[in-house]
Design a protein around this ligand. Structure first.
Ligand code: HEC
Length: 258
C-alpha cells in the first residue's frame, strides 16, 4: 500500500532513520521519534469518528481484490481514519493481516472478515470490561450476525462480476462452512470469479455492519448483543453444536474443585 509506505517514511524521517540505525547496531541511546511512536501505538483504545457504512463497504469490497477479507475490513475503516484522525492509524500495518485470507492461511477457520472486524472493534472500543465498552463483545456480536445473515447482504455500486448472486446462511462464523455452503448453492468452484466476488461482497457486508455498530457506539446508543460462548457452554465453541455433533452433543466435564 503506497500511502502506508509513504506515511511510514514520513514518520521515520531522517532523525528517526538515524535513531533506528543506532538501535539496530546496539548502540542504545535515546530514540525520541521511535519511542514516541511506540508509546502512541500501545496506548489504546484509539479515537473514532463516525464513518459512512456504504462508503466503507465499497472500500472493503475493492480492497478484497488487493488484500483479501481480513485486511480489507481493517483497511476499509483504518484508511478513512488515517485521513480523519491521523496517527496511530497511519502507522498500523494493515497489509500484514493478509494472512487472515481463507480462514487464516487457508485453513478455513474463522472467516477473515470476522477476524478483521474483531481487530477493529478491539482497537476502537478497547479492552475487556463489561457491557458495551468491551471490544470483544462487539466482536462476538459480529460473529453471531455473520452466522445468521443471508450473505452477502451488500451489493457494490459497480460489481466486478455481473452475476445473479445466491445468498446463503452459514449458521457459523467459519470460512470453511460459509464458503462451502455458498459454493454448493451456486455450484461454483473456489477459484471461480463468482466465488471471489462473493467473498469480496461478504467482506463489504461485514464492513457495513461493523461501521453501523461503531457509529451507534459513538452516539452512545449501542447496547451489545454479544455474548462469550465459552462462558455459556463450558467449552470454547460456536453455537451450532448439532451441525457437527448431530443429535448427540457431548457435555464437557465440569470444573474440578481443587
Ligand atoms: C464446527 C464443528 C463443531 C461445532 C460447531 C461444535 N463442535 Fe464440539 N467438537 C467438534 C469435533 C470435531 C470434536 C472432536 C471430535 C469428537 O470428539 O466428536 C468436538 C469435541 C467436543 C467436545 C469434547 C468431548 C467429546 O466428546 O469429544 C465437547 C464437550 C464438545 N465438542 C461440545 C460441543 C458443544 C457443547 C458445542 C456447541 C456449543 C459444540 N461442541 C460445537 C466439532 C464441533
Amino acid at each position: 500500500m503506497t500511502e502506508d509506505r509513504m506515511s511510514r517514511r514520513a514518520v521515520l524521517g531522517a532523525a528517526g532513520a538515524i535513531a533506528a540505525g543506532a538501535a539496530f547496531m546496539g548502540l542504545g541511546g535515546p530514540l525520541p521519534m521511535a519511542e514516541a511512536r511506540t508509546a502512541k501505538m500501545e496506548k489504546w483504545p484509539w479515537p473514532y469518528v463516525k464513518l459512512d457504512p456504504a462508503e466503507t463497504a465499497e472500500l472493503a469490497y475493492n480492497e478484497w481484490y488487493r488484500v483479501f477479507c481480513g485486511a480489507a475490513v481493517i483497511s476499509s475503516v483504518f484508511t478513512q481514519l488515517r485521513k480523519k484522525v491521523g496517527e496511530p492509524y497511519k502507522s498500523f500495518p494493515v497489509d500484514a493481516f493478509i494472512f487472515l485470507e481463507g480462514g487464516m492461511s487457508g485453513w478455513g477457520t474463522v472467516c477473515g472478515s470476522n477476524a478483521g472486524a474483531n481487530i477493529v472493534t478491539n482497537m476502537i472500543i478497547g479492552p475487556r470490561t463489561s457491557g458495551s465498552e468491551d471490544g470483544m463483545l462487539m466482536g462476538s456480536e459480529m460473529l453471531q450476525w455473520y452466522s445468521d445473515a443471508k450473505l452477502p447482504t451488500f451489493t457494490p455500486k459497480e460489481p466486478k462480476i455481473k452475476f445473479d448472486m445466491p445468498t446463503t446462511v452459514s449458521n457459523s462464523p467459519l470460512c470453511h462452512i460459509s464458503v462451502g455452503k455458498w459454493m454448493k448453492a451456486a455450484d461454483k468452484s473456489l477459484g471461480s470469479p463468482e466465488r471471489k466476488d462473493r467473498c469480496a461482497r461478504v467482506t463489504g457486508s461485514v464492513a457495513y455492519h461493523l461501521v453501523e455498530m461503531l457509529n451507534d457506539w459513538k452516539d452512545g446508543k449501542y447496547k451489545t448483543q454479544g455474548a462469550i460462548p465459552s462462558k455459556m457452554y463450558g467449552i470454547t465453541a460456536q453455537s451450532n453444536c448439532g451441525d457437527c455433533h448431530g443429535s448427540n452433543v457431548p457435555s464437557p466435564p465440569t470444573a474440578k474443585k481443587i
